[in-house]
Design a protein around this ligand. Structure first.
Ligand code: AMP
Length: 368
């Protein structure tokens, strides 16, 4: 969805908002018992929240609004304008401020300063959304609906330069990260690891080899390693959920990366879908699957040769090697279709010198 010059994507549904508002109502009504509170909405952003909140509030209450301006465009500004609208005597009353969102806390600072002189019995702060990473003040927030990351949002009363307040759900600013994400594909022994080591330097990408991560865990005798070992030693695939969780964690460790080379992942349809979801969460996507194509018999010879020095149990035995290749054709090779239908599959001849193959891969990547 476009508002002015910026793109926004759905973030919080109206159902989720409703559940949150109801939870806040229940909590506040329970705390205030039979006291008649004065709910004060902070305009403009809070009008929808206050309206939904007081409709759900089960007991008598008063409702009023104040106005302070704090947003200009997408940046929370330091200078806060004067308060408008507080005409009522609040002496001895329990006041609950209803805020749509608290980020830097500047508006809240101003509210606290103003209410110091009002002789209220109690001043409580309730906010539907709260950005803990942006909050710079020490004022207590008595009721918090949802904690959200420090991203610019619109909808449900919140605007971007005047637009978006009318939307019944929340949208988040889409920040395209321009990452390059490659899936390096091919059967065991095709040379993915060797080539990834060159490509990661050339394109400044993070190389994640799921096989390497599993082997690292086995070496360090972690619980994940012990679990993976039982499958790997037989040349079988590690279960999807275990592999997907591990991959997600590896990607999250490199949140600022330019992009990734995925080597040995995805190996099943479920993994390919999980990878798409993960990339969408980063406002990004997989750019291409680059596949090294090599004949089976060449693979078996390469892996037996590697087994003489690699120390890998799964390279030592010809029947395990053949089982890994069978696993590839049964479960993994179908991913060629998954990426082909999206026009993202690029096959590269994987037979030749290491250098020749690097050049072929670079040509494919540069053509993207
Ligand atoms: P590799 O180093 O890529 O040849 O992987 C070695 C072994 O690790 C495989 O035979 C599997 O047992 C396991 N493995 C690596 N990546 C995956 C994955 N994406 N899904 C399931 N198992 C995997």
């Amino acid at each position: 969805m476009k508002l002015h010059d910026l793109n926004f994507k759905p973030f919080i549904s109206s159902e989720e908002i409703e559940t949150t508002v109801q939870r806040m109502v229940d909590e506040i009504a329970n705390d205030l018992q039979d006291e008649i509170p004065v709910f004060i909405g902070v305009l403009n952003g809070s009008f929808m929240f206050v309206s939904d909140f007081v409709k759900k509030y089960p007991k008598p209450c008063e409702v009023t609004f104040i106005k302070l301006a704090s947003y200009e465009g997408v940046k929370s500004t330091e200078d806060i304008q004067r308060l408008i609208g507080l005409t009522q005597d609040l002496t001895g009353r329990t006041v609950v401020i209803l805020e749509d969102i608290i980020d830097s806390g500047n508006t809240l600072g101003e509210i606290n300063r103003i209410f110091k002189n009002e002789n209220v019995k109690a001043l409580k702060i309730a906010t539907l959304f709260y950005k803990p990473e942006a909050y710079k003040k020490d004022f207590k927030l008595h009721y918090v609906g949802m904690r959200i990351p420090n991203k610019f949002i619109v909808g449900y009363g919140l605007d971007y330069d005047g637009l978006g307040r009318d939307l019944p759900e929340i949208y988040q600013l889409e920040t395209k990260q321009h990452m390059t994400n490659l899936v390096l594909f091919g059967p065991p022994g095709a040379g993915k690891g060797t080539q990834a080591n060159f490509l990661k330097e050339q394109y400044n990408l993070i190389h994640i080899s799921t096989g390497d991560v599993f082997r690292y865990n086995i070496k360090n005798e972690t619980a994940l390693g012990m679990l993976a070992k039982s499958y790997m030693d037989k040349g079988q695939l590690v279960p999807d959920q275990v592999t997907i969780d591990m991959l997600n964690a590896e990607v999250e460790k490199n949140a600022d990366a330019n992009g990734f080379i995925f080597d040995g992942f995805p190996r099943t349809n479920a993994q390919a879908q999980a990878l798409d979801t993960l990339m969408q969460g980063k406002d990004s996507s997989i750019n291409a699957m680059i596949a090294l194509e090599v004949d089976d018999e060449v693979l078996v010879q390469r892996l037996l040769e590697r087994g003489k020095t690699s120390g890998r149990v799964d390279d030592a035995d010809e029947s395990v090697i053949r089982h890994r290749i069978t696993e590839y054709y049964n479960k993994t090779a179908i991913l060629k279709d998954y990426y082909s239908v999206q026009n993202k599959y690029f096959g590269v001849d994987g037979v030749g010198s290491i250098k020749e193959i690097t050049v072929r891969l670079s040509e494919a990547i540069d053509s993207l």
